[in-house]
Design a protein around this ligand. Sequence first.
Ligand SMILES: Nc1nc2c(ncn2[C@@H]2O[C@H](COP(=O)(O)OP(=O)(O)OP(=O)(O)O)[C@@H](O)[C@H]2O)c(=O)[nH]1
Length: 518
Amino acid sequence: MGLRLKIIVTLLAILSAMAGLSVWVVREQLLADGLVQERVEAEKDLRRLLLALDAQLVQLDVVLGSWSNYTAMFEHVAQPNAQFRRDELTAASLQAGHIDWFYLLDVEGRTLEQVEVPAPDGARPMQAHAAQLQDGLLAHVGVLARGAQPGCGLTLIGAARALLCFRPLLRSDRSGPARGTVVIGRWLTAAMVDSVQRQTKLRFQLLPAGTAPAGARMGAALEAQFAQGVPTLSLHARELDMDLPVSGIGGQAVALLRMSAARGTLERLQQSQGYLTRGLVLLILLTGIGMMVVVDRLVVRRLSRLEQELRSVVDSNHWAGQLEVTGQDEIGRLAQYANGMIQLVRQQMVELTAQSTTDVLTALPNRRKFDECLARLLAAHQRHGRGGALVLVDVDFFKRYNDSYGHPAGDQALQAVAGCLRAQARRPEDLAARLGGEEFALLLEEVDLAGALAVARQACAAVQALGLAHRASEVLPVLTISCGVALLRAGDSAELLYSRADQALYRAKSAGRNQVAA
Ligand SMILES: Nc1nc2c(ncn2[C@@H]2O[C@H](COP(=O)(O)OP(=O)(O)OP(=O)(O)O)[C@@H](O)[C@H]2O)c(=O)[nH]1
């Protein structure tokens, strides 16, 4: 896997993990916030609903407050009399004031006057529950009213719920104890529920109180009810319910007020989570692409360029060329170090090549170099018809020289001979080489037989002129050499040419040494 692919895969893995984690964290946070927000909004709605329901009581209370014959009622309660005027206390007048029933009680809670608007089917529910009313509710109201405080609230009469308001009958200056109580009521009908729903745009129902504990009381301070944590929230997939137990006027459990609402907040949150997720993914993609471009420009591209340059340097024969240094950072320094190494390798290669083609004792080119040059000479001859000659050189009676003067002296003698031969290779294309032991060679380019013979003879003369004493030589008392010359011929191979030069050398040796034969 290339570096670029590795970086892409790693980046993708890291960014995906980051994206997943971010989405999860944000989602959890959004959900937690959403639930809190939903509860807050539901409580706000419930408050609004309770206020709207309370407004119904307030209306009833206003009707009760605007009653005109309190004085007559006060006296009637104190001492019931037959002259008590009942003009306002008819079913028709109650109906006009949106009241369903009216009671006038004495201080003991006994009913003195009672008016009821019959239901459309003629039923009179209040009468049907007269005993219950007498025993419970109205007596209770009477007790409440004895505290001289008016009040309103919800109550349960049989299975029906009603709103009621009561006022104690006091003196007009409000002094003295209450003499009785006026109570008016309205059935809490489906029409009234509808009207509150329309007005508040909130869905609710009044369920049987069941085992729910007595809770909020209509008309009591809402904040106090909420502070007690009375409402309970139940969350469903798409809806939420907020339940609030509602107490009656006497504190008894009357109903369970259930407000239902769509979970819009959650939907909105889920929607924003979707936007957020898409935004995050886009951001991460853009970040990933941006990072890739930066990493590509700063690292990958430069590294692959270095790799190409290094490969072409290594592939070249002699480690030719250098890497481009692109900056002073780690990659730039890497290129500098690599350049240093390339230079070192190049130097060592030059040195090794020189060592492998040079004779250690005489510093003349060795047999390997000679073979290369001979091959080149042959190729040039075949291609361009250039002339050339090979001169094989052998030191005369060298074994005896060694035996007479010792091996180290023999080495020095070979070095001296090498110096003489090097001096004969005057032109840049000429080559003097040591082939091995006391055998040397001269390769001469663009030369004819006369020229080659002349060079060979000069070599012989030069060695002789060295005057290196050789007491065991049969030729002269000084060191001498013999040379065999062979000219290049068409179709020659290295072996053929060498063989002719060797035969010539043999002839020179046989003819007495210290001479040249061709
Ligand atoms: N000192 C020294 N001697 C060497 C070296 N290489 C070869 N020799 C000696 O050179 C001698 C060559 O002897 P031969 O091949 O018998 O030939 P020669 O004694 O010169 O006799 P001819 O060639 O017939 O004149 C041997 O004794 C080798 O030991 C070297 O590097 N140094």
